[in-house]
Design a protein around this ligand. Structure first.
Ligand code: HEC
Length: 158
């Protein structure tokens, strides 16, 4: 091997090692079900919960299952960023801490996002094929959204 290639290779490897020390995502996760958890503040049938668990919890709850590549930069930055932003927007583990109006808005968005295949985020499906929603899954989620929206509206008349 020519010397120049060796040098380039060493620089690349050193660079890969060096970036591992920057911006490590907070890879926290828990199995704890707090009182504000969506399953404690709304009725979430088992079939709905299993879809949410399978397809949404990684980015929208405190129960993230961190894949092995999430420990390795630069993949860790991408994965960590999705989880931080996803949870910031909507966290099923903290559902009850949102005002009813916000809960209504999020419920509406859930059905819209899944119908238009915007959620789960398409790149996520590359590594999580089983998270892809079938038409039946979408129908189950949207029907559940309808029921819970009705309950919220009845409980919080404007
Ligand atoms: C790979 C991570 C990831 C997965 C999996 C995921 N989401 Fe998201 N979701 C995000 C991120 C990131 C945002 C925030 C986008 C933003 O702030 O612009 C978001 C935003 C949302 C929003 C708010 C939409 C809006 O108007 O901004 C809803 C609703 C939503 N997701 C529903 C879901 C549902 C339902 C599932 C499961 C079927 C799901 N998501 C799965 C990452 C994810």
């Amino acid at each position: 091997m020519k010397k120049i290639f060796k040098i380039v290779l060493v620089i690349i490897i050193a660079g890969m090692v060096a970036i591992q020390f920057f911006n490590r995502p907070d890879m926290s996760t828990t199995t704890e079900i707090t009182p504000a958890h969506i399953t404690k503040v709304m009725s979430v049938p088992a079939n709905v919960e299993s879809i949410l668990k399978r397809s949404c919890y990684d980015c929208h709850s405190d129960h993230t299952t961190w894949p092995w590549y999430s420990s390795i930069a630069p993949a860790s930055w991408l994965v960590g960023d999705d989880v931080v932003k996803g949870k910031k927007k909507m966290n099923f583990s903290q559902w009850g801490s949102m005002q009813p109006a916000k809960q209504e808005a999020r419920l509406n968005e859930i059905c819209e996002e899944i119908k238009s295949d915007e959620m789960p985020l398409p790149p996520y499906l590359i590594m999580h094929g089983d998270a892809k929603l079938s038409q039946a899954d979408k129908d189950i989620l949207c029907q559940w959204v309808e029921i819970e929206l009705k309950k919220l509206e009845d409980a919080n008349p404007e």
